[in-house]
Design a binder for this molecule. Structure first.
Ligand code: AMP
Length: 424
């Protein structure tokens, strides 16, 4: 019987990988320009790390984690997000002693047992960035400016930046009880999940996508009216600095995010190209979390970009990079094939992307293969060429054809490599 992939887990096939490379290359380049350094953390962590940081009454911890007991009887969880693991590593290795502000990023898979649909998978990939040690509102603006630059360089300058503040332990409890009171009066209109959320975590209702819950929220209290003086000043300063850096944004008081640890600034970047799952990136400030996880009392802020969603927007655009080859070698006859096989290896060692069809076949079939692979040059080595000690080289772009003596072939290939490097 044929075995298929696990539901919600997808393969990224070779035809799609070029776009993933492009996204990750540009992301690394922008992140490093903004002072971030990569950290690689494990996929498995102790379950407690996530329940303590993300929050017991969040959807992720309540029903979406891949949690199991390993052979030593320890409860482990496949990371549903990266912030908790990055903070664990930051504390465990005392990275805060190395520099006053740490800027860390991480790229890799996350796991959530959600209902699979377009744009929502059970294994998905995120690009995460965290700034640890700065509470300055300029840091919030800098992080959003980084995202602006990253999306612009990917050709996605039109994405919508939505901003909110969730307040702090001083102002949020008052807001929370107002929300609970307001939603209590609308209980009959809420979905069953939200009726439960009303008891455990009423702010979560702001995140619900069900139409009747959305309607019930019209007229609901707005956090921005309840912010304490410090949170209000912080939020204003973030907006002022965003304007200074020319980052366009809109304020959306309904951005509450699905994780409990957020304080003050929260944001989402949304795309109109994506349908229901339209958030490409989410993030916010989590001052207090490092202390709660056993580290020093330092502030932090970060974001997570969903790579599948970015790739999906880019797939719908023109200019998708296609796989192209520098050289295809076609040979006829055993002796010529042996020579071509040797030149194939030499070409690759010189840095060229080179291929030949080791199954042999007619010259026509081999040329078809060269075309299919999008090769820039075709090198033909038939019995006639071999007897004259030359190779025929055809430029597939311009159609011109030259003969190159075999003893000059290596230096010609080195020249092609040089030309490729200059083209970039
Ligand atoms: P979150 O960690 O929930 O704030 O998500 C951050 C970003 O990751 C979202 O804006 C999405 O782009 C992406 N994302 C979250 N969950 C999924 C999922 N199940 N499948 C694909 N992408 C996801």
């Amino acid at each position: 019987m044929q075995i298929q992939a696990v539901r919600g887990f997808r393969d990224v096939l070779p035809g799609e990988v070029a776009l993933w490379h492009k996204v990750e290359e540009i992301a690394r380049s922008v992140l490093e320009r903004y002072g971030f350094r990569e950290i690689r953390i494990p996929i498995l962590e102790k379950t407690e790390l996530f329940s303590r940081s993300i929050g017991e009454s969040t959807d992720i911890v309540e029903k979406e984690m891949y949690t199991f007991t390993d052979r030593s009887g320890i409860s482990l969880t496949m990371r549903p997000e990266a912030t908790a693991g990055i903070l664990r590593a930051y504390i465990e290795h005392s990275l805060f002693q190395l520099e006053p502000v740490s800027k860390l990023y991480c790229i890799g898979p996350m796991f959530r047992h959600e209902r699979p649909q377009k744009g929502r998978y059970r294994q998905f990939h995120q690009i995460n960035a965290e700034v640890l040690g700065s509470s300055d509102p300029r840091t919030d603006a800098e992080l959003l400016a980084l995202l602006r630059t990253l999306f612009e360089e990917l050709g996605l300058g039109e994405l919508d930046f939505q901003l909110n503040s969730l307040g702090c332990p001083r102002c949020r409890p008052g807001f929370r009880s107002k929300v609970a009171e307001y939603l209590g009066s609308k209980k009959a209109h809420l979905c069953s999940d939200c009726q439960r959320r009303l008891m455990t975590n009423p702010l979560r209702v702001y995140d619900c996508k069900v139409a009747t819950c959305k309607e019930a929220l019209a007229g609901a209290p707005v956090i921005l009216d309840e912010l304490c003086q410090e949170c209000g000043a912080h939020f204003l300063s973030v907006q002022k600095n965003l304007s200074l850096l020319g980052v366009p944004f809109s304020v959306n008081p309904f951005i509450v995010r699905g994780l409990d640890y957020y304080r003050r600034t929260t944001f989402e970047v949304v795309s109109s190209d994506l349908g229901a799952q339209n958030a490409v990136c989410g993030g916010g400030r989590y001052d207090g979390l490092i202390g709660e996880l056993g580290g020093p009392d330092l502030p932090g802020i970060g974001f997570a970009i969903g790579e599948e969603r970015l790739v999906s927007i880019l797939q719908g655009r023109a200019g998708v990079p296609s796989f192209s080859l520098d050289l295809f070698l076609a040979a006829l006859g055993e002796e010529a094939t042996e020579k071509a096989f040797l030149y194939l290896d030499k070409a690759r060692r010189l840095g060229l992307k080179a291929e030949m069809d080791l199954r042999g076949g007619s010259l026509k079939a081999q040329m078809r293969r060269a075309n299919k692979l999008g090769s820039r040059r075709l090198l033909i080595l038939g019995e006639d060429e071999l007897s004259r000690g030359v190779a025929t080289v055809k430029d597939m772009d311009g159609g011109t054809q030259v003969e190159i003596p075999l003893e000059e072939l290596e230096s010609a290939m080195a020249g092609w490599k040089e030309a490729c490097s200059q083209r970039g």
